[in-house]
Every structure is written in structure tokens, then in C-alpha cells.
Design a protein around this ligand. Structure first.
Ligand code: PLP
Length: 280
């Protein structure tokens, strides 16, 4: 079953209009929310961010956050998702094709689930990444469907046999193509401040909180490519990748090529959050 507007239905019943603005302009927003042991992780935070993205794009959400939450829970339940995720997107809907907003907006909401195991091997061994120029627009804080800059960067990483592309804007490390980026130097964690140049990740915020609790110093400051290359530890965070160590950048080994101590500490704290979730 999938969620269409506020109803659960069979996928075969879904019809997307040819002139849906999501399809033609990428005019819409989305969220990816993790499900562990049948329970959503951070659903409130994701829906709050969805609300913010809508506001920033002057879109009104078609349903209340409470109703959306209820429907997503029903969707995950009806599909018996154990470890997986839900993808939710809302577009500005169908209207005669013209760039400006249509006078009568009828948003289109679609949500679907999939089973997705945790990326245990990558969490344990780390990943290789490349760096590439951040060619995206200046509102990366909005989780919009417009992802071509991210798509092209991720493809570059894939072509290089890597898992992620770390984006550099005018010398400054912003984030990954689908993740936030952190470095550790002399025991201090550093990550780009949450402004218009990055998506303020839900996992990023969980992680900052856990670091604070663990007494690990974190600074939300910009850093450049040479700091990245000379860091003691590097890791990325996202809903699907959790806290993943980076062990190689542009074929150069980070530290000794193994996940660092602070990365592992934060991973363990994150793991505890997952363990707290009751199995169903
Ligand atoms: N930055 C970008 C560009 C992303 O696409 C994502 C997630 O997809 C993130 C950061 C991490 O955000 P979250 O932790 O909310 O998944």
C-alpha cells in the first residue's frame, strides 16, 4: 500500500498528472524517515522540517502534521515494515505549465515505504569519498525535489568507485551530496553551521546532542578542504547512513584508514538510541 493525499491505497490506483509541477519543475518537497523495529525514528523532527520547507517555498501543507504522522504510522504498519524507511513527497500539484505559482494550488502528496537494512558493513569499515565543487543553488536548507547538483555529485562519486561526494563551495566544505560532513581535530568535532548552504540534517542534530551529552566538544564553524584532508577523523551523517566513518578522501587515507575513536564513540551513542526503541 502507498499513501496518496490522505488515503492509503494500492499503488495501481496512483495517477500522477502530466503537468504535475513536481514532475515538470521539481516544485515540491520531501522527507526520508527511518523506521527501526517497526517504529519511526525522529518523525516529529522530520515533519517539522517538512513544514519549514513548505513555508520557505510558500507552499501550504495539504494536511495537518498530526494527520500526516498518523497516516505514515498506518502506512508502515499495513506494510509490516520492520527496518526500513518511508519516502514522503508533496508537490505543488497539477497546473497548466507556467513558471509562476498557479492561482489554485492543489498539492499532490505521495508516501511509500520500503524495507532497508542498516548499512552495517559501511558503519563498521567506513567509506571512501571524493571532493567536488558544490554547484547547487543558495537554498540548500530547503529539502526540495530539485536535486540535480546532488545527483551529478553522487554520480561523480560512483564513477570514482566511492560512496559519497563531499561538496566544496569557494574552498569551504559544505556537506555531502546526501549527508552532513564532520571532521575531528585534536578531539574537537567541527561541522558547517546550519545556514542556507547545507541541509540541517535530523541525524546531524541527534549527533550534536549526543556529542554534547558525552562531553565531546563540537563547533559549528566552516572549515576548508585542507582542514578536511588533514583531519584526525572524518565522518558523515544521514537518516540512511547514520554515522558513517570516512576512511579515504580522493584516494588519500584518512588518519590510518580505520574509523576513529570519537567517530566510534558517537556511533555507539547513536546505537544506544536505536536500542532504546521497543521491538514490535
Ligand atoms: N544533506 C543532504 C544534502 C541530504 O540530502 C541529507 C539527507 O538526505 C542530509 C544532509 C542528512 O539529513 P538527514 O540526517 O535529515 O537525513
Amino acid at each position: 500500500m502507498i499513501l496518496v493525499q490522505d488515503q492509503l491505497m494500492d499503488q495501481s490506483e496512483l495517477h500522477i498528472g502530466m503537468e504535475d509541477r513536481g514532475y515538470q519543475f521539481g516544485d515540491g518537497i520531501y522527507e526520508v524517515i527511518r523506521i527501526y523495529k517497526g517504529h519511526f525514528f525522529g518523525i516529529e523532527e522530520h515533519l517539522t522540517r517538512l513544514e519549514r520547507s513548505a513555508k520557505e517555498l510558500q507552499m501550504s501543507l495539504p494536511y495537518s502534521i498530526d494527520l500526516l504522522k498518523q497516516r505514515l504510522i498506518e502506512l508502515a504498519e499495513v506494510n509490516s515494515i520492520h527496518d526500513g524507511q518511508v519516502y514522503l513527497q508533496i508537490t505543488r500539484g497539477v497546473a497548466e505549465r507556467t513558471h509562476h505559482f498557479p492561482d489554485n494550488q492543489k498539492s499532490m502528496l505521495v508516501g511509500y515505504t520500503k524495507e532497508a537494512p542498516r548499512p552495517l558493513q559501511k558503519l563498521r569499515n567506513g567509506i571512501s569519498v571524493i571532493t567536488t565543487e558544490d554547484i547547487r543553488w543558495l537554498r540548500c536548507d530547503i529539502k526540495s525535489l530539485n536535486l540535480l547538483g546532488n545527483v551529478l555529485s553522487k554520480q561523480k562519486a560512483k564513477d570514482a568507485g566511492c560512496d559519497e561526494a563531499i561538496l566544496i563551495r569557494e574552498g569551504t566544505v559544505t556537506e555531502g551530496s546526501s549527508s552532513n560532513v564532520f571532521i575531528v581535530k585534536d578531539g574537537v568535532v567541527k561541522t558547517h553551521p546550519a545556514n542556507n548552504f547545507i541541509l540541517n540534517g535530523i541525524t546531524r542534530n541527534v549527533l550534536l546532542h549526543l556529542a554534547h551529552e558525552a562531553g565531546v566538544e563540537v563547533v559549528e564553524n566552516t572549515f576548508d578542504q585542507s582542514e578536511l584532508m588533514n583531519a584526525d577523523e572524518v565522518f558523515i551523517s544521514s537518516t540512511t547512513m547514520e554515522i558513517t566513518p570516512v576512511v579515504s578522501i580522493n584516494d588519500k587515507t584518512v588518519s590510518n584508514g580505520l574509523p576513529g575513536a570519537i567517530t566510534q564513540l558517537l556511533q555507539a551513542k547513536f546505537e544506544q538510541q536505536i536500542e532504546k526503541i521497543q521491538a514490535v
